[in-house]
Design a protein around this ligand. Structure first.
Ligand code: SF4
Ligand code: SF4
Length: 165
């Protein structure tokens, strides 16, 4: 069904009642749970499969998405019980950001703040609109391929430049 993106898209992340511009003044480790969760811009790019050269610590992004990724909503289709289906799905926390930041998307708010950089203007915490992420061309939206449809030996053929960088 066609429709107006602005009227249809609802922010699935609660960004109400947070300290004003907390991301500019509160260290990651001292944020409340709600503030930590609100950092996610909903781009979905962390749910794309990557190919890593462990010796070089180089990570290539592909358009092949995790089997649970819904690229219409840019969300995990079974977020609550995802670890039962995808055991290696990483739950990012202040404690493990140091060892995971290197493979996170370059625009990811967790990585940006970890690296001491500001959030972009299209981030919903700044724009006030979740759809600004798709409008900025940053999200993994309607161009991914499900991993179950593409044999793993072909993933290399689907390496992409990270959108929004
Ligand atoms: S890449 Fe970062 S900001 Fe984007 S969906 Fe994943 S955790 Fe959220
Ligand atoms: S299990 Fe869900 S949250 Fe984890 S990578 Fe897959 S789609 Fe993303």
């Amino acid at each position: 069904m066609a429709g107006n993106l602005r009227s249809m898209r609802r922010d699935p992340i609660n960004r109400e009642g947070l300290r004003p511009r907390f991301w500019e003044r509160v260290p990651l480790a001292r944020m409340t749970r709600a503030e930590w969760e609100a950092l996610c811009d909903g781009c979905g790019k962390c749910c794309l499969n990557k190919l890593e050269d462990p010796d070089m610590r180089e990570v290539a992004l592909t358009r092949i998405a995790c089997r649970l990724y819904d690229d219409e909503t840019c969300r995990c289709a079974h977020y609550e019980n995802r670890r039962q289906i995808v055991p290696d799905c990483v739950v990012l926390t202040p404690e493990n950001i140091a060892r995971n930041a290197y493979w996170m998307p370059a625009t990811c708010a967790y990585r940006l703040l970890w690296e001491g950089r500001p959030l972009p203007d299209w981030h919903p915490l700044i724009s006030g609109r979740p759809e600004s992420v798709i409008e900025a061309g940053v999200a993994a939206h309607r161009w991914t391929l499900p991993e179950l449809d593409v044999p793993e030996e072909e993933w290399e053929d689907h390496i992409i430049e990270e959108p929004g960088t």
